[in-house]
Design a protein around this ligand. Structure first.
Ligand code: ZN
Length: 271
């Protein structure tokens, strides 16, 4: 029998689906290989020692064996399991964590290394885990529910800005995305289709408005690692405006990509 080649790997588990009687196919995000799919054999059996180390979003060290189609996990040892994100009482934070995994899965293509995105995902998961723990304590101290989530909502915006940047869709918050004039400290505009903020002249034609405060916060998030973002006091309205900008950008780039993919498919399948 030919000897199977084995190797070790560090990864975050992005996605899982059941396969065969007791197996699972996992989508892993790794620092050097990017996004890959592998098989975890027997993992759904009760006695599986690997199961606890291969939960969704676990940061894990793996021993792998080369398989005929997909490579096979032979050993797993978790590095971080983010316990506060698995606590049923902080279900909102858990949902946020799944959202991060979903975004990485949608924006990052298979088998392409993205060490920046890998680092970003891990740092954000650690920050989210710490937030979930802090939230639990603050709630016990009687802080109102909506105030509890402000910092975490901003953390998601920070993740989105950096993910877009690393994926090649850096949003423009310094110069007008249409005429390239430097943006002034006034109310500007914003158009997702142009990838960023617009000066008042250009925004008259085709954009929604962008308040000066929202622009300032977006710039802070853009230029800083999350650990350097100061604790900002934001009104619900301002936070909503910032989230709307980021969601419009994400939606535009995802749909745009999907269209170009299906267009390329059409070309490929032409006789
Ligand atoms: Zn302009």
């Amino acid at each position: 029998m030919a000897q199977q080649r084995s190797y070790s790997l560090e990864a975050v588990v992005l996605k899982r689906s059941d396969f065969g009687e007791a197996d699972r196919v996992l989508t892993l995000f790794t620092p050097n290989k990017g996004k890959i799919r592998v098989v975890a054999k027997g993992i759904r059996r009760l006695a599986s020692k690997k199961a606890g180390h291969l939960e969704l979003l676990c940061h894990t060290r793996l021993q792998m064996a080369q398989g005929r189609n997909l490579d096979i996990i032979t050993q797993a040892q978790s590095i971080a399991t983010f316990p506060a994100l698995r606590n049923e009482s902080e279900i909102w934070h858990m949902t946020c964590a799944f959202y991060l995994a979903e975004l990485v899965d949608r924006f990052i293509e298979d088998d392409t290394p993205h060490p920046n995105v890998y680092r970003l995902l891990l740092e954000t998961l650690h920050a989210l885990d710490a937030d979930a723990l802090a939230t639990k304590q603050q709630r016990a101290g009687g802080e109102p529910e909506d105030a509890l989530h402000t910092r975490t909502r901003l953390l998601l915006c920070s993740f989105e800005i950096h993910l877009l940047t690393y994926a090649g869709y850096e949003p423009g918050f310094r110069a007008c995305a249409h005429c390239n004039a430097e943006l002034q400290p006034v109310e500007n505009g914003f158009a997702a289709t142009l990838g960023g903020a617009l000066c008042p002249n250009c925004s008259r034609l085709w954009s929604r408005s962008l308040s000066l405060n929202a622009l300032k916060v977006l710039r802070i998030l853009h230029r800083s690692d999350w650990s350097y973002v100061p604790r900002l006091r934001l009104s619900a309205e301002l936070l909503g405006e910032i989230e709307a900008v980021m969601h419009a950008l994400l939606r535009y780039h995802l749909e745009h990509d999907l269209k170009s993919w299906s267009f390329l498919e059409t070309l490929n399948h032409r006789p």
